[in-house]
Design a protein around this ligand. Structure first.
Ligand SMILES: Nc1nc2c(ncn2[C@@H]2O[C@H](COP(=O)(O)OP(=O)(O)OP(=O)(O)O)[C@@H](O)[C@H]2O)c(=O)[nH]1
Ligand SMILES: [Mg+2]
Length: 638
């Protein structure tokens, strides 16, 4: 496995000189750097270490600037390193950027390194001893506590061999854990090379890159191909995770890519305008990090403006850790567990950092239980991380590709976790084609919700046999994808928790039956209208003695109409169906011998007064039995 070391330390303490003494490579390439004698941009070098079991070993080196104005470049360079050489000049000792760089390394998750005490040719031996003690004391409590402190002089060469040996030891002991299946290369430099075109460099943080691979440039999504690859100046066919890499991209202009972009396979990353992160405020921060505070936010080689929202508490006090939402000025493409750094505006300094918990935007509310779900992600088994991420995603669920990013699991491990969880009904595949999963808990809540909706519907509409599928989709299911709606429905039908008759869905034990008082109301209404025959009573005269309003009786009226026992002829005027059918027969018989029927004719046929005759004639027109021509009716031709 390739290993990468970064330099760190205050301006002018001898980082670049030391790298040159170790490797022969001068990292200060820019004219301005030469003129001012300081480092501005990141520099890259490598040294060959004694070969081990796996063959020749090469240590990649990233040299960073110490100037306080270029800390943002330092963060970009330090983002991909495995261990650090903290450079402290023996004549000056620990200085502000010594501290800030060490803090940044620690926020970025660096856990190993050595200290090079440089310029020893410039100090007396007892001064050197004093500084060594001071540095050892300073390192207490940091990840470099107890690390070797090696005195060197790049000028005289003293101590360089011991340092080389120490670096070889560190590199050999280092077994960085890197994913093999998610190609990710945060771009730290972009330039044109004569005869090649656009070249970008960066540390391949995970996955493998091969010549000919399809590549997308995130967050924009521009797609291209790897034309050629180089690692440490040599042309190669394939590059392993952890390698410094130069990629020549096909058909891309320099202007289309910038530092901070990420090369990855098309469709593998999901840029977002907000993340949920676990942030720790540095003990040394001058003040707390307040809710809604604006910061410079660093991820990989990218720096963006961002606002920090506390999902718990009102502010992050120095030394405290909390779950926060960070919103960016432009989308970032990250992966669960990525390290982030936040710097305040004034004073411009590093104040906090931590880990990315959810790279996909969710709507986790402040102080909600979901904050605990987020916290739980920090220290879980593979299955518990998958479960947490699925719960956070809610009804939307997550695709397999999104889960790879949201869990940082290798695809094999993710497949295993999903299979296990499928058996326990914890993760459910709702879309085979898109490979979308939802949490079992979310599915159960939806099923319960649907059953409650049906129960409520039956209570409200006891006379209706059920709800139509389409109606259900546009009411209860209006916020669900058609896939998920279908999934929940089919699940309940399969279990028998819900029944379907043609297009109508209902609870299994729901029957259209009248409640006992509704049944007696039905009986009384029928009696009144049957007794009324062709001269039915007014609605008011029916209802008042029964002590019910029309609103209360409406469902029963509706049911009687559906049953075919009552016919609504006009607003508030109902007829018993049988006498009305008999009258209809008489009207048809009338037309057997006559072509026209006047209102007078109808009154003779029906023996009814105008009060009933007029609405009935209009009813027959509406029913398309008759057609009105001027004042008379004719039988409609069928
Ligand atoms: N005497 C002496 N001078 C040194 C030694 N190492 C570096 N220097 C000098 O210190 C000055 C700064 O060295 P650099 O290597 O540029 O320092 P740096 O840490 O890379 O500086 P920045 O990148 O700008 O932060 C140069 O003039 C070097 O020649 C050393 O071991 N002994
Ligand atoms: Mg330098």
């Amino acid at each position: 496995m390739p290993v990468i070391m970064g330099t760190a330390g205050h301006i002018d303490h001898g980082k670049t000189t030391l790298v040159k003494a170790l490797t022969g490579i001068d990292c200060d390439r820019l004219a301005e750097e030469k003129k001012r004698g300081i480092t501005i941009e990141l520099g890259f070098a490598f040294m060959d270490l004694p070969p081990d079991k796996s063959g020749p070993k090469r240590l990649g080196i990233v040299d960073v600037p110490g100037h306080e104005r270029f800390v943002k470049n330092m963060v970009a360079g330090a983002a991909g390193i495995d261990f650090v050489v903290l450079v402290i000049a023996a004549d000056e000792g620990v200085m502000p950027q010594t501290r800030e760089h060490l803090e940044i390394c620690s926020l970025l998750g660096v856990t190993a390194g050595v200290v090079a005490l440089t310029k020893i040719d410039m100090v007396e031996p007892d001064w050197l001893m004093m500084v060594q003690e001071e540095v050892a004391g300073y390192l207490k409590g940091s990840f470099l506590e107890g690390a070797p402190i090696l005195p060197v002089s790049a000028h005289s060469g003293e101590g360089l061999e011991a340092l080389r040996a120490e670096l070889a030891k560190l590199a050999a002991s280092f077994q960085p854990h890197r994913r093999t299946d998610l190609l990710r290369l945060p771009v730290d430099r972009v330039f044109t090379m004569k005869g090649y075109g656009t070249v970008v460099t960066g540390t391949l943080v995970s996955g493998k890159a091969r010549v000919g691979d399809d590549i997308a440039v995130y967050p924009g999504g521009l797609t291209t191909k790897i034309r050629t690859l180089q690692s440490h100046g040599a042309q190669v066919e394939e590059v392993q995770a952890g390698s410094r890499t130069a990629v020549n991209l096909a058909g891309v202009e320099v202007e289309q890519i910038e530092r901070g972009d990420v090369l990855a396979r098309p469709g593998s990353l999901f840029p977002s305008l907000s993340w949920d992160v676990e942030l720790t405020c540095l003990k040394s921060a001058p003040r707390s990090l307040k809710h809604r505070k604006e910061v410079h936010f660093h991820h990989g080689a990218r720096e963006v403006m961002a606002r920090v929202y506390m999902l718990e508490g009102e502010a992050l006090e120095p030394g405290q850790t909390a779950i926060c939402r960070v919103r960016f000025s432009e989308p970032l493409a990250g992966v669960f567990g990525d390290r982030v750094v936040a710097r305040s505006f004034s004073p411009l300094r590093t104040i906090a950092g931590g880990r990315l918990l959810s790279p996909l935007a969710h709507r986790v509310k402040r102080f909600s239980p979901a904050v605990e779900t987020l916290r739980g992600l920090g220290a879980g088994s593979p299955e518990s991380i998958v479960l947490g991420q699925l719960e956070l995603a809610g009804n939307a669920g997550l695709s397999f590709a999104q889960l790879l990013v949201a869990t940082s699991l290798e695809s094999k491990a993710l497949e295993k976790a999903l299979a296990l969880m499928g058996g326990r009904q914890e993760a459910l595949l709702i879309d085979r084609e898109a490979r979308t999963y939802i949490s079992g808990k979310v599915a159960a809540a939806l099923s319960e919700g649907l059953l409650a909706f049906l129960a409520e519907f039956h209570a409200r509409e006891p006379m209706k046999p059920g709800v139509a599928r389409g109606g259900l989709a546009s009411t209860w299911g209006k916020r669900l994808s058609p896939r998920l709606f279908h999934f929940v429905l089919e699940g309940l039908l399969r279990k028998g928790a819900m029944a379907a008759e043609q297009e109508l869905l209902r609870l299994p034990d729901h029957r259209v039956s009248l409640a006992s008082d509704a049944a007696s109301l039905r009986r009384k209404l029928l009696d009144a209208y049957d007794a009324g025959g062709l001269t039915p009573p007014n609605l008011k005269d029916v209802l008042d003695p029964l002590g019910v309003t029309f609103k209360e009786a409406a469902a029963v009226f509706k049911h009687l109409q559906d049953e075919g026992r009552l016919v609504k002829v006009a607003e508030g005027m109902y007829f018993s169906a049988a006498p009305l059918a008999e009258l209809t027969g008489r009207v048809v018989a009338f037309f057997a011998t006559r072509e026209d029927m006047s209102p007078q004719d109808f009154r003779e046929v029906s023996q009814l007064s105008r009060k009933y005759a007029i609405p009935l004639l209009e009813h027959f027109d509406k029913e398309k039995l008759t057609v009105r021509v001027g004042d008379i009716r004719r039988l409609r031709k069928r």
